[in-house]
Design a protein around this ligand. Structure first.
Ligand code: KG4
Ligand code: ZN
Length: 314
């Protein structure tokens, strides 16, 4: 729940990681059903944590996309039902744009122009949040997203789902220089992670068995290659843009090595904003902030509106 500022009043996150872990990845139908079971109790809890009554709510914000269609439909449907029942305006927003706007919960003065890196399970996008409010994508992945590279790499290393946090944890006891993984090379400001993922697979096959230290060294070296590739592109974009502010967002922005290396490599180039870890992975607080921004820009959406699994930044 958010209010003007934007200020965070409550943020309730119900993770589905344990539900999907036995399958080694997200099972779309289970995810949609879990949304159905979870949403109402989560909303009640958010109201309670914020000390708010329904009568004090002015508008409902919801993610229209991108994401899994089943999950999106549950949310879009419920948001419109609440809006209808309580005669409230409803605003459908992009969850990718929301990953950038999450920066406002760290600094409410944050305004474009902003150079942003959104790194999640489905996206690795370098963006320019322009003074006119539009978000332009200036670099994208040619193959896997950064989060996907973490998740697939973890599977190759025999680590549990979700892979990103597992690699992050194991890498802490490994040597990032143990294996010199190739740095992904894609044209311009684009990303590519399939090469480094294949290189990891070959390294694991070459060894036949892995000691715990070898596994940690591989995790640290693999993480280092991904982090280096991401930051190299942000530096290249910043050499062109010279933006006053750089924002990192999306689930991968939780990564401790990325956060630390970003401070060292970008901190002197601009004001660097990396939201608190719980505001980087998907969360409703950033959707509330996005709804406030879109409310100011274009007002509420005429209901009924649809979910869009392949929505971009607007
Ligand atoms: O933004 P997000 O919560 O959901 C999507 O929109 O996809 O991002 C999820 C992704 C997953 O691929 C997960 O492995 C990755 O973020 N992730 C991490 C870390 N925590 C989550 N990757 C690297 N290090 C982490 N600590
Ligand atoms: Zn996300």
């Amino acid at each position: 729940m958010v209010t003007d500022g934007p200020r965070l009043l409550s943020n309730v996150i119900r993770s589905q990681d344990a539900l999907h872990a036995p399958y080694g990845g997200v099972v779309p139908e289970l995810a949609a059903r879990a949304h159905l079971q979870t949403l109402v109790p989560v909303i009640e809890r958010a109201l309670e944590d914020a000390g708010t009554r329904w009568e004090q709510i002015d508008a409902v914000g919801v993610t229209r996309g991108p994401g899994l269609i089943g999950c999106l439909l549950v949310g879009v449907n419920l948001a419109q039902a609440i809006a209808y029942a309580r005669s409230l305006p409803v605003i459908g927003v992009s969850h990718l744009a929301a990953h950038v706007y999450a920066g406002l919960l760290e600094d409410e003065q944050l305004r474009p122009p902003v150079l942003g890196l959104v790194v999640s399970g489905g996206h690795s996008d370098l963006i320019r949040w322009q003074p006119d409010g539009e978000i332009a994508v200036i670099g994208r992945t040619r193959d896997d997203a950064a989060g996907e590279a973490f998740d697939k790499g973890a599977r190759i290393l025999g680590l549990p789902f979700p892979g990103g946090p597992a690699i992050d944890k194991l890498a802490a006891s490994g040597d990032p220089r143990a294996v010199a993984f190739p740095r992904p090379r894609a044209p311009g400001l684009d990303f590519s992670f399939s090469g480094v993922k294949t290189a990891l697979l070959y390294e694991v096959r070459k060894r036949k068995t892995l000691s715990e230290q070898e596994r940690a060294d591989l995790a640290a070296s693999y993480q280092e290659a991904i982090v280096d590739a991401l930051l190299q592109r942000v530096e290249a974009a910043q050499a062109i843009d010279r933006a006053p502010t750089i924002v990192l967002g999306g689930g991968v922005a939780r990564n401790r090595r990325l956060r630390e290396a970003a401070q060292a490599r970008l901190g002197h180039l601009a004001r660097l904003i990396i939201p608190a870890p719980e505001l980087c992975t998907d969360n409703a607080a950033m959707i509330g902030v996005a709804a406030l921004i879109e409310w100011d820009r274009r007002g509420p959406d005429p209901a009924p509106f649809d979910a869009d699994p392949s929505l971009g930044f607007s």
